[in-house]
Design a protein around this ligand. Structure first.
Ligand SMILES: [Zn+2]
Length: 65
């Protein structure tokens, strides 16, 4: 994926999986409307809608509950 680009069109976000207290990344799905990923430890599925407090903010790490 190479270098980080400035905010606007990033296709992944950093996320904190609170279930296992680990950090990871989740990526936009094919439709581009949500970020989807799985906890690297327990494989719990995470889904976060695009625009849900994420886009247009400086926040880069989200928490998954
Ligand atoms: Zn987990």
């Amino acid at each position: 994926m190479g270098a980080e680009k400035p905010a606007q069109k990033r296709d992944h976000i950093g996320i904190h999986f609170t279930c296992c207290n680990v950090y990871g990344r989740i990526y936009k799905n094919a439709a581009g409307k949500a970020y989807v990923g799985w906890c690297p430890r327990c494989a719990r599925k995470i889904e976060l809608k695009v625009g849900q407090g994420g886009e247009g903010t400086d926040q880069r790490i989200f928490q998954a509950y």
